[in-house]
Design a binder for this molecule. Sequence first.
Ligand SMILES: Cc1cc2nc3c(=O)[nH]c(=O)nc-3n(C[C@H](O)[C@H](O)[C@H](O)COP(=O)(O)O)c2cc1C
Length: 269
Amino acid sequence: MEPSKSAAPADQAVTASGAQVLEFVQHVALKTWTNDFNQVLAVYVLRAPAVTGARHPTEGKMDHFSSDIAFTPAVKDVQSRRGSRGIYEKVEARGGFRTAITEDLAGFLAAIDTAYLATASAGGQPYAQHRGGPKGFIRVIDERTIGFADFAGNRQYISTGNLAENSKAFLFLMDYANRRRIKLWGRARIVEGDAALLARLMPDYAARPEQAILFEVDAWDANCPQHIPQKFDAADVAVAITRLEQRIATLEAENSRLQQQVSAERNPA
Ligand SMILES: Cc1cc2nc3c(=O)[nH]c(=O)nc-3n(C[C@H](O)[C@H](O)[C@H](O)COP(=O)(O)O)c2cc1C
């Protein structure tokens, strides 16, 4: 998939400096996108099952593959009816989704500032809530566990209450700038009153940490970048624009100096 080559419609009037801002931001974005797309591909290739045709010895038994956490019998039935079951049988032949936190995943976590945490009540009522912070606010604790400081908020405590009665949880990790997303299934728990853990998880960020959330990963998978609208951090864009403005100021000063020089040469005193 090609990133958009144009940051503004062709017929849209842009000033010279505006065009340069767009070009510069686009250049930075393209470079980042290219680097990170390679990473995404690496995640895919590393994760993707080889087409060996091998059958796992216990294939067919319930809850054997890590991907069964998502591929329930009902899901598999739909896949069969719609013709994609064969593709995912190949994933299963290699053991299903990943379960350990790899370097790829740790690198992804270090780069993101946005996640959506899904929980459900004991009765199965789903709920999703945004979690955000500075990049890297979700930290790797060990090979199977990630955690983050839960900041004080509106005190509805829906996620906290849900986790008290149902530890099943899901994290959807978004990287809009680089058009990447990763989904993790697992079990989460709230840790209250553990100052050392909170200190370990709390980023340098203006928020009051209320508790820690530890998420034990059961399975994770990456989605392709299709249909992810590309969005940039305002702070990253501001840095790019500041650099561009400084460059424009330098060029304007040089232009002015050269104009004066030409004028002096054309009109000697
Ligand atoms: C003062 C304040 C008010 C907030 N109001 C809301 C709100 O009305 N609705 C909401 O979904 N989140 C709101 N938030 C954000 C949530 O409180 C925060 O995301 C919290 O972690 C959600 O907890 P939960 O996952 O248990 O819902 C607010 C945050 C603050 C600091």
